[in-house]
Design a protein around this ligand. Structure first.
Ligand code: PLP
Length: 409
């Protein structure tokens, strides 16, 4: 009989969001009259702005005319989009990234999982705890971990805790690791990293010949001018970092699907015999063999994010979510709660009142206030006693959520 990949058996059964879905569905069927407000899953709610929709329509029409019809495009993305990204997201910020170092894809979730294919099995992997579960689960699937402990920590993975006690600044490991996932602005905590903090990671990676997998999916939510948007703003990062970007949260593309990964041509890793090879060539091989490109209309739509009309329209939506985040953050603070994030990110991370376990607080919030959030423990052992609220919702729902919080506390 055909055999399964045994590593899948190590995965913890109750993945966070299905479990939330199960509890919410049960509650709703028992209380059909309750108007539940969901501040849980990080999905956008605002429609795409007019400049983006116009670009999408135009490209769709081109596909219906023989002279402008397009079949397969370049697997790595069309030049028009790679150039717009390089100019606007990197050169404009003093970060040196060339268009041919940008690989356009259908999502950062897939990219951050797929990237593991070009790395050897024996690499030691470090994550910051709490963590975006995809980094951990894809390493489990790839067979790079042992089994999980009761607390949900996998053997062989290196967990670096961030909590209020260390100000959510992860300590540089005192051991060797080969791959380090960093996510800034952070999901779930909503916290950011300063230039000095990122410089310490780049210095560590250079010293240890490690590679940083930098997830900047929430880059556009940065409001503080001192906070770097890209790891490549840090000197030396081109030799040690891969960066993941996505249009999902920053421009409402969670349904359309478009993202990109930057692999600098200066980034090397070693063979078993110690020969240094460029990862750019490996990722190019992987990407062109297993992926056939993002659809032309979607890439034209993504290009419009950088147009004179599109830019302010996209910014207005980001600002709208940031105002939601401010309302949640300031509202909860005013009620005496301990809150973090929500300034340069669409997430607010709060300490559960009276140190309640995350899931107990989840159930209470659902029962008493008909509000859905995300239990911090679902993001890792260090998230226990914390809770994530997302700013992706209508203004009316966010304001109503604050009213209900106040009544419940
Ligand atoms: C939402 C999110 C992404 C983006 O995923 P896509 O597949 O591009 O939609 C990447 N990283 C983190 C941490 C996220 O929260």
């Amino acid at each position: 009989m055909a055999r399964i990949n045994e590593d899948y058996q190590k995965l913890k059964a109750g993945y966070l969001f299905p479990e939330i879905g199960r509890r919410v569905t049960k509650f709703c069927s028992e209380h059909p009259e309750a108007k539940v407000i969901r501040l849980g899953i990080g999905d956008v709610t605002e429609p795409l702005p007019p400049a983006l929709i116009a670009a999408l329509h135009k490209a769709v029409d081109e596909m219906g005319v023989r002279s402008s019809f397009r079949g397969y495009g370049p697997e790595q993305g069309y030049d028009f989009l790679r150039q717009a990204i390089a100019d606007n997201d990197f050169k404009a910020r003093g970060a040196a990234v060339e268009p041919d170092e940008i690989f356009v894809s259908d999502g950062s979730k897939c990219d951050s999982g797929n990237i593991l294919e070009i790395f050897g099995q024996d690499n030691i992997v470090a994550v910051i705890d709490p963590v975006y579960p995809v980094y951990v689960d894809t390493n489990v699937m790839a067979g790079r971990t042992g089994p999980a402990s009761d607390a949900g920590r996998y053997e062989k993975l290196v967990y670096i805790p961030v909590t209020a006690e260390n100000g959510f600044v992860p300590a540089i490991p005192d051991q060797h690791v080969d791959l380090i996932y960093l996510c800034y602005p952070n999901n779930p905590t909503g916290m950011t990293a300063t230039k000095a903090e990122l410089q310490r990671w780049v210095d560590y990676a250079r010293r240890e010949q490690a590679i940083i997998l930098y997830d900047a999916a929430y880059e556009r939510f940065i409001t503080d001018p001192e906070i770097p948007h890209s790891i490549y703003e840090i000197p030396g990062a081109r030799e040690v970092a891969i960066e993941f970007r996505s249009f999902s949260k920053t421009a409402g593309f969670t349904g359309l699907r478009c993202a990109f990964t930057v692999v600098p041509k200066t980034l090397m890793a070693s063979t078993a015999t110690g020969e240094k090879l460029p990862l750019h060539a490996l990722w190019n091989r992987r990407h062109t063999t297993k992926f056939n490109g993002v659809s032309y209309p979607v890439q034209r739509c993504a290009e419009a994010i950088y147009s004179a009309e599109g830019k302010p329209q996209v910014q207005a939506i980001v600002d709208f979510y940031l105002e939601n985040a401010r309302i949640v953050r300031e509202g909860l603070k005013g009620m005496g709660m301990e809150v973090y994030g929500g300034v340069n990110a669409p997430y607010v991370w709060l300490k559960t009142p009276g140190n309640q376990p995350s899931w107990a607080f989840f159930d209470r919030l659902l029962q008493d206030a008909h509000l859905v959030g995300t239990p911090g423990s679902g993001f890792g052992a260090s998230g226990e006693g914390y809770f994530r609220l997302s700013a992706f919702n209508s203004r009316a729902n966010v304001e109503e959520a604050m009213v209900r919080f106040r009544k419940m506390l």
